[in-house]
Design a protein around this ligand. Structure first.
Ligand code: MG
Length: 153
């Protein structure tokens, strides 16, 4: 059994869709800024998987200087990473740190979307949410961060 961790954060800005775990959050006033769709949760999961497989990090595989990845759907990147893995994924657990909006209503959709991309049952992907309690860049609503751990059989 191997395990890997992943961490990511992106800045929030008006006029962009908010995509987390491959799910566009309806009615979100601001979205994340990045080279791809800036899906911070999916990026953390990708880095956790690459860590568990000993395959480096997301920036090595999908550099932000490569036009192919501009505006990329991060779920597609996750599928590409799945195909690089030497063995099956056993479990993924993640925490999203976000002040607003409330994300709990979208938990099941995120679990299902991430699990589907990895060929797993939704029960093998856990997604948790927490706020910044008003402090730090998350608490001030400047950005969203995510942390993930993946285990491979
Ligand atoms: Mg990222």
């Amino acid at each position: 059994m191997t395990a890997g961790i992943g961490w990511d954060s992106h800045r929030l800005e008006g006029g962009r869709p908010l995509v987390l775990g491959g799910v566009e959050i309806p009615g979100a006033a601001r979205g994340l800024v990045g080279w791809s769709d800036a899906d911070v949760l999916t990026h953390a999961v990708i880095d956790a998987l690459l860590g568990a497989a000993g395959l480096g990090d997301i920036g090595q595989h999908f550099p932000d200087t490569d036009e192919r990845w501009r505006g990329a759907d991060s779920i597609e990147l996750l599928r590409e990473v799945r195909d690089l893995l030497p063995g099956p994924v056993a479990h993924v657990d993640a925490t999203v740190m976000c002040e607003v909006p409330k994300l709990a209503p979208h938990r099941d959709a995120m679990r299902a979307r991430l699990a589907q991309a990895l060929g797993l049952e939704p029960g093998a992907v856990n997604v948790k949410f927490t706020t910044g309690e008003g402090i730090g860049f998350v608490g001030r609503g400047e950005g969203i961060a995510a942390l993930a751990i993946a285990t491979m059989a």
